[in-house]
Design a binder for this molecule. Structure first.
Ligand code: ADP
Length: 178
């Protein structure tokens, strides 16, 4: 299968996606929050938070999940099997390593998906809400990192970008040449 056919674009709510894993734009404390994080915990129920708390109790994550890294939990009551939680960078103007950290979010999440041999992974626009990352630059990084990863990895077989607003949908269409 070509890289182009392994990438899909859908506009809508990520919590209803029937995929192996949906990615959560989490906060470093992993205790839930607003935006897509709130929607995922609300729809998935308490099992997700319980596993996040368990992860936080391990010595590696006492201080929280570092920006750019990812962990995987159950998806609770969601139609997906897993939630991959990653912490995007807060936008400080572009001179605080934001681009590298955002790229790292996509790579870390995809690594977990490959490790678990997941068929399909759905990504929201990490950092493009409350964390204020400019949407055009974020879409370019997302598409570049996913393409690069799929080019050299068998899993995940499919990646779905899930956009919420019309502007993001247009930006991903442009990036994907769709
Ligand atoms: P961050 O704190 O990383 O910026 P947000 O949750 O505020 O995370 O926003 C990330 C992106 O997810 C934004 O583009 C927002 O519009 C989008 N979003 C919010 N809710 C949903 C949802 N239910 N499904 C898909 N995308 C969503």
């Amino acid at each position: 299968m070509s890289i182009q056919t392994r990438i899909q674009l859908v506009q809508g709510d990520i919590t209803v996606q029937r995929v192996s894993a949906i990615v959560n734009a989490a906060n470093s404390d992993l205790l839930g929050g607003g935006g897509v994080d709130g929607a995922i915990h609300h729809a998935g129920g308490p099992a997700i938070l319980a596993e996040c708390r368990l992860i936080r109790s391990s010595p590696d994550y006492r201080a929280g999940l570092p920006t750019g890294q990812a962990v995987i939990t159950t998806a609770g009551n969601l139609p997906a099997e897993y939630v991959i939680h990653t912490v995007g960078p807060i936008w400080y103007g572009g001179y605080a390593g934001e681009a590298g950290l955002l790229a790292s979010c996509y790579r870390s999440s995809l690594h977990l998906a490959a490790e678990h041999k997941l068929e399909s992974v759905a990504f929201p626009g990490i950092s493009t809400g409350i964390f204020d990352y400019p949407k055009p630059e974020a879409a370019a990084i997302a598409v570049r990192e996913v393409r690069a990863f799929l080019a050299v990895n068998e899993y995940p077989r499919t990646v779905i970008f899930v956009t919420f607003d019309d502007e993001s949908q247009r930006l991903y269409q442009q990036e994907l040449g769709a």
